[in-house]
Design a protein around this ligand. Sequence first.
Ligand code: ADP
Ligand code: MG
Length: 209
Amino acid sequence: MGSCLSHENTKVDDSAKEKLKNSKIIFVVGGPGSGKGTTCEKIIEKYGYTHLSTGDILREEVNSGSERGKKLSEIMEKGQLVPMATVLEMLREAMLAKADTSTGFLIDGYPREVKQGEEFEKMIGSPTLLLYIDASSETMTQRLLKRGETSGRVDDNEETIKKRLETYYSITEPVIKFYESRGIVRKINAEGTVESVFEQVCVQLDALK
Ligand code: ADP
Ligand code: MG
């Protein structure tokens, strides 16, 4: 029985990989409030890629009021990371739904830890490029506090922001080092205006074609 089940899982994984093997996969990594979402919106406008924000996908689940959503909400309010299998499953579903029509996938806010990157590659595929959206912790904090005035996000408050930044530096930043050895990391200076950030991003995306 057990082997039968795992065999089935393997088959599902392979077919997902097969379906996505010609897709461009772009990871967008940076701290909370660095401007990932903002930059991704501009990329979609110009390049027509599919934007997948794991944060947005998770928040949709929270807002649906499901049991799973309630558990997610508790974790997110503490500024912690949601279990990997949950995020990955939701991400894979979303990508497969668009596999036939998408010119590329922008994965916003994932991987949050090295292990998530490794699992992603096992179940979905390898990233083509990693855009590292780099801003200082002061800049990120200021942007998040401002966003918190209107976002309604449970985690855009001073106390949670501190914890999210700690989580970012200890757990997410190592992801960048992990992919640097493959030569796919492109560092973007995100201290400036939205336009200046986007200009740097365009240089990198244009080089892909
Ligand atoms: P992330 O998705 O990385 O958490 P967002 O894109 O949501 O970050 O940006 C966080 C906040 O900062 C938003 O309110 C956004 O409007 C603002 N913001 C993003 N990029 C810039 C920038 N380059 N300059 C000023 N404000 C920015
Ligand atoms: Mg975001």
